[in-house]
Design a protein around this ligand. Sequence first.
Ligand code: GDP
Length: 524
Amino acid sequence: MTPKVQDQIQARRTFAIISHPDAGKTTMTEKLLFFGGAIRDAGTVKARKTGKFATSDWMEIEKQRGISVTSSVMQFDYDDFRINILDTPGHQDFSEDTYRTLMAVDSAVMIVDVAKGIEAQTIKLFKVCRLRGIPIFTFINKLDRQGKEPLELMAELEEVLGIESYAMNWPIGMGKEFLGIYDRHNNRIEQFRTEEKDRFLPLDENGGLAGEHSMKQTSYYTQALDDILLLNEAGNDFDHEKVKTGKMTPVFFGSALTNFGVQTFLETYLQFAPTPQPRKTDAEEVINPVSDEFSGFIFKIQANMNPAHRDRIAFVRIVSGKFERGMTVTLSRTGKTFKLTQSTQFLADDRETVEVAVAGDIIGLHDTGSYQIGDTIVGGKRLFNYEKLPQFTPELFVRVTAKNVMKSKHFHKGIMQLVQEGAIQYYKTLHTEDVILGAVGQLQFEVFEYRMKNEYNVEVRMEPIGNKIARWIQNESDVKESMSSPRSMLVRDRYDRYVFLFENDFAMRWFLDKNNNIELYSLL
Ligand code: GDP
């Protein structure tokens, strides 16, 4: 590999923003793109809220609901870095893709609403990041509004998420009285709503504001200094090693909407965020990003981005080497080779063709049905597979049938393909073999229904059976089919493993009380 390509790889930073809806992910992303002067923007971020970009490329369902179905990729340059932000959709558009996107990043930025603290969806996404041990950077947002006490939020991070925290900066006042942030990392105070030239004030050797300043007379300043003193004495020390392994999160305060603290955040983030990381194969071999051979894995397949072509896009995280348009790669699972001419990055109203991309980048490959989620593609002669992507425990279930029984062959074929692609999870009841589908978000069902109709010409009937707690069984041989009941339904998954679908937590505990020899486990 040439030194130039090595440098390009070292300059990559690939992350996802995780947050609960409304915490400010869209606003933050916009500001980041603004600093970078986005060079590639998948369009979803702004478009879904401002309608600024063309929707021609989106699935019908996206248009109807005005949301983006799957996460997408934005790329921008800042200083000497090239940054890839992977979108993680929330709310109703939350799906397994949201989780899988976290498999393709090297770090995560967690946005927390200062008034709301740690919310449900943040916890879910955080847990997935946690399992991967990737660095997590926290941005506490909306400081221009009144919120919780900063010390309380720090405690919440530790208590609710179980992660050590280190405040990189600290708010001085809040809401109407928000004066700025005390920047521990850069030894300065950054003033809120102040012209660029006056914005930064240096600290003296005692850690107080140098010279005379009206801010010094305020109680907010005194309070902030008291808090800092407390953090210095009783708080965690900054530990880069812990940050690297996701055991400690650096915390930043700011306000994305007023663009305050975002640039400081970005610059500090870039200083500590990881370069593209090596990845293990299923034979435990570690593949280095700077190795000569190109390789990557597919973490998402997006269907029908362009309904006119009924095509699919397979999103590839490049793990090693360099991608060049027209290169030949092998799909490890099948041994089949492809010439990659139709690679795309996404622009709002145009798909921009990528000529070159390196480890850390995400490329979209035109797919006519060859790829599956989790597939590895390699550029060299030696074939290998990256570690399997985890399967996630679904929470929503429907019973599904074909409206027209004559279509049952297409029905099963469609389901099997969509299941393999990772769009939805498949279960069947014992004996009657009714098909039950599982998902982590409601949207997966809607996409399923839409695609069955449009791609397989089958109309389906879906009968919600509600939220369930799905649990797999450690000691399958001890399971008796008589253990199945309406409140603890026993089914099989696509690999024929037994799964219990419990109506709720209470039903699960009741079951375990009665059958204390059964050991249950959940997927991620
Ligand atoms: P998302 O759902 O996480 O993408 O959140 P958005 O970025 O769409 O923000 C949700 C709402 O919070 C919008 O009305 C934003 O204008 C508002 N918002 C975002 N950041 C801030 C902030 O720093 N201060 C205030 N006051 N409002 C904000």
